[in-house]
Ligand binder design. Structure first.
Ligand SMILES: [Zn+2]
Length: 325
């Protein structure tokens, strides 16, 4: 051990001595056999974990950059929290994760990403599915946490057809009633009306294959809706349970890790009901931190799975360890 440390130290010293030791260095530094062109693109991100007898596959649809001004708090405080979390002051880069649950009987996709609605940095779900060895035709059911574009728009092809041609699409009735309503859309300021588009397209594409549910319903054995209204009128989390193993897919219960973990009371501008969104987040965070249920979050760094624990007045997130099965 000492000898190898000495050898590498000597190599370092000699390397710093600019050519004085060229006869020694080749013996210490192996020739490079890995010379290759740079890839110039990101690899497709797919990550698996076991949950009881189920298999969960996290897939990274991409990311969106949003300005800190969407956080409903003093902007100096926001900046301090972002910097303390190791983030730049702006913009805030939010990953967009989706989760595929294989129950052994069914393939259920939890949220579908944003397709190209969000620009070129998202819309990679189809490549993720291919990398996971799953075809769009195999997906049995798609459960949407809420009707915002970064969760729902990926269910529809650019031509307006079903991205998952054999799937039943499930959306909470309260969300569908709101985002599927022309009257609600007409009430919104004109520059906000595009936010109704993803629901309109999904309703048109899925027709009878779109089935509303009531918050809190079990949708298939092992996956149950959890009422998390606030971010939207029918925002739903999903409790995935196999035997004693549980995972709560939290959708948009939170968006910005370095801000909303330490200060869960801070909301975002696009929360439909600020007070309700705040109360829901605090309640869900309290519950999972107390009972140890891991969460799977759409906007946490990929793969977005881990546990919360109480930390000061807020919470801290511990990413789940990787599994090699
Ligand atoms: Zn979102």
């Amino acid at each position: 051990m000492n000898r190898s440390i000495n050898a590498s130290r000597r190599g370092f010293v000699f390397a710093g001595a600019a050519g004085a030791s060229l006869t020694i260095l080749p013996a210490l530094v192996p020739a490079a056999f890995g010379k290759a062109p740079l890839a110039g693109s990101q690899a497709i991100s797919v990550h698996r974990m076991k949950l009881g007898s189920f298999e969960i596959t996290a897939m990274l649809d991409g990311y969106i950059d949003i300005p800190p001004a969407v956080l409903q708090a003093d902007q100096e405080l926001v900046k301090t929290l972002l910097l303390a979390g190791g983030w730049p002051a702006a913009p805030m880069r939010l990953p967009v994760n989706t989760f595929l649950v294989n129950t052994g009987d069914k393939l259920v996709l939890l949220d579908a990403g944003g397709a190209k609605l969000l620009g070129p940095t998202a819309g990679r779900l189809p490549q993720c599915l291919a990398a996971a060895g799953v075809t769009a035709e195999q997906i049995d059911e798609v459960y949407i946490t809420h009707c915002h574009g970064d969760h729902l728009h990926g269910t529809v092809t650019p031509e307006g057809g079903r991205m998952f041609p054999n799937a039943i699409l499930r959306i909470a009735k309260a969300d569908l009633d709101y985002w599927g309503s022309a009257a609600e859309e007409a009430k919104a300021p004109e520059n906000q009306r595009g936010r109704w588009m993803p629901a309109k397209r999904a309703i048109a594409a899925y027709g009878a294959n779109l089935k509303a549910f009531n918050l809190g319903e079990e949708l298939t054995p092992g996956i149950k809706s959890v009422d998390a209204a606030g971010h939207t009128p029918g925002h739903s989390c999903y409790m995935v349970q196999s035997g004693a193993a549980r995972l709560l897919a939290i959708g948009d219960t939170m968006h910005v890790a370095p801000v909303q973990f330490p200060r869960p009371e801070i909301t975002v501008a696009f929360d439909w009901d600020q007070a309700k969104a705040r109360a829901t987040r605090k309640s869900i965070f309290d519950t999972v931190a107390a009972d140890g249920t891991p969460i799977a979050a759409v906007h946490l760094p990929f793969p977005g799975i881990g546990r919360l624990r109480k930390s000061g007045d807020g919470f801290a997130f511990d990413p789940a360890p990787w599994q090699l099965f």
